[in-house]
Design a protein around this ligand. Sequence first.
Ligand SMILES: C[S@@+](CC[C@H](N)C(=O)[O-])C[C@H]1O[C@@H](n2cnc3c(N)ncnc32)[C@H](O)[C@@H]1O
Length: 355
Amino acid sequence: MAETLTKLAYQAFQNGKSAFSLGHRTLATQLRQLLRPELTFDLKSVDSDFLAEVTRRREALLQVDWEEAAAGIYPEALLFDNPWDDFFKYYPAVVWELPQLWERILNQETQVFDSAINTQGFPRYYLQNFHHQTDGYLSEASANLYDLQVELLFSGAADAMRRRVLAPIKQLLSRQSSLGDRPHPYPRILDVACGTGRMLQLLQGSFPAVSLYGLDLSPAYLRKANQRLSQVNGTLPQLAQGQAEAMPYRDAYFDALTCVFLFHELPGPVRQQVIDDCFRVMRPGGTLVICDSIQAVDTPELEPMMANFPILFHEPYYRDYIQDELTPRLETAGFTGVTTQIHFVSKYWVAHKQS
Ligand SMILES: C[S@@+](CC[C@H](N)C(=O)[O-])C[C@H]1O[C@@H](n2cnc3c(N)ncnc32)[C@H](O)[C@@H]1O
């Protein structure tokens, strides 16, 4: 009975977030048509079968999310974890930012940063207004809006997609403990491109007895991550600023690495460099889990979604990414036993470094 009630509550919670996202998209479209009628997007049309398929995939994701919590892979409480304070506080700013964003789209401005932001020292490919965000990843305001914007984009399913990373990590930790394969007291897990720390928070809530690390290029996003993670009981993850393709860690340091929503924002050669560096910093026997967008090869039925995404959002490397098979890249780096999964609109690669 308690389980049925919790499941119903979870479904209601997700449906609420989905309805809110739909309401936001409707509001944003109406405001744009009213304020900037000259701004239109040449989008691929979608039919009712397509929408039914997207709904089916979302429901399947939520079912797996529920089942894995019920199986004890992570606590059920994590299903309801949401940064509500930020959501209520920053939603007006999301709406308020829209006219600026439309202005930049109309002017085809995709690499604009406030003059107070120091852009020195960042790779050129990174200095972009990804998603048309004001100041790209380089301001506090952008960091404050990021999680809410991702939730609105994925109809409230962003964390459910992130949680699909947890089962392979749990398997690794169980395997290590059954083999007595623990070279240090706490397994070390690094979240590569940790952004504002959402994945770290889910890892923290699932595996209290691990040492967590987060790396990102954005100082503003790291400050946000630090603020968020320090509010939670338990060990504070160690955060560092750096490039995922040249990480500031010694060889074979980590037991596991996770990487969520990074690869579609990298040029192809950098994707290989990041994978190579993940292999370098992982100890033999370790596991890497990558989560990113679906790709053309697996889900041709969702092609209109993949075509429309970079039209609506500034994502300069996305079209290349959806054609880029990461499995051969992982094998080139030395990873073995690579498997893939698809959940909703995300794809996952689980790769191992042989002992
Ligand atoms: C789409 S966000 C994903 C953030 C987070 N992983 C999540 O789950 O939402 C991409 C993140 O990658 C970071 N990033 C992009 N290129 C990077 C690089 N070469 N090295 C380290 N971080 C990078 C950005 O600063 C940003 O925080």
